[in-house]
Design a protein around this ligand. Structure first.
Ligand SMILES: [Zn+2]
Length: 267
């Protein structure tokens, strides 16, 4: 047997088997005081409803929050996933949500009391998740909700896959929304995929989706840990039950409710 110059005919290498180790020991700043956040949630929800808006299907909207405000994102008609972006209100061109480091500090899918972190060199908590009416957990395929893995659907990747031009994606919707407040396409960044049911295949580690299990009335809540600009896209893939490239009928997309609550003394 001749060992090829590229090593193709070599025997497969064997590797020492190590046990997995959690890569990032969670820093104290990533572990919130649960009672403190439960109290913040109570004070906000028993305070004032300072903003309500409907993000119509296949659109995106922006809104602002003060530090301490609570935001509830609610399924108001049918199963629908949403893509969220966050910027520091006082320096939106510099400081924004960092999904990759959030994934490393917490996990691939966020759960109650996990935090959303900003980019380097800031690396500050931007928000903390405080409620999840669905509580899906991790299913037998390793799938879970609210991931910080996927980046957002976009028309550039759609064209790579299908060869077709299109302008109807979370990216294009977010671009339209942020342009109205003086930000640019380059300010749109990797998202928090709220309500989306995703995981990685065991065999190939490929990103997969399942239709979201959410129902009318379901919601998540987060508390702002700094003054924020938020953007939400009601995904034109609806419940995300089809792979990228397959068209989703409009009647399978739904609007989303957004409400912001503030502790009374802070108004
Ligand atoms: Zn989308």
């Amino acid at each position: 047997m001749c060992a090829g110059w590229c090593g193709r005919n070599d025997k497969p290498r064997t590797f020492v088997k190590y046990d997995p180790k959690i890569c990032y020991e969670q820093p104290a700043a990533a572990r919130v005081d649960k009672k403190e956040y439960d109290d913040k949630r109570f004070r906000a929800l028993t305070g004032e409803n300072v903003m309500s808006l409907i993000v119509e299907k296949r659109t995106a909207r922006t809104w602002e929050m003060k530090e301490g405000d609570l935001c509830r994102i609610k399924i108001i008609e049918g199963p629908q996933v949403v893509d969220l972006n966050f910027w520091c209100k006082h320096q939106p061109k510099k400081e924004r949500f960092y999904s990759g480091k959030t994934r490393q500090l917490h996990s691939s899918h966020l759960k109650v009391y996990d935090r959303l972190w900003s980019n380097l060199p800031y690396l500050r908590p931007m928000a903390t998740m405080v409620a999840d009416s669905i509580n899906y957990g991790i299913d037998s395929d390793g799938a879970s909700l609210h991931d910080v893995i996927g980046t957002r659907c976009d028309d550039y990747t759609y064209k790579l896959i299908t060869g077709r031009e299109r302008r109807q994606s979370c990216h294009s919707q977010l671009v339209d929304a942020v342009t109205r407040i003086g930000l640019d396409e380059e300010d749109v960044h990797d998202v928090w995929n709220v309500f989306m049911c995703t995981g990685f295949t065991r065999e190939t580690n490929q990103y997969f989706v399942k239709p979201t299990p959410v129902k009318k009335g379901d919601y998540i809540e987060f508390i702002a840990d700094m003054d924020l600009i938020c953007a939400l896209s009601s995904c034109p893939q609806g419940a995300v039950s089809k792979p990228v490239g397959e068209d989703v009928p409009e009647q399978e997309c739904f609007p989303i409710g957004v409400e912001v609550f503030r502790e009374t003394s802070k108004s």
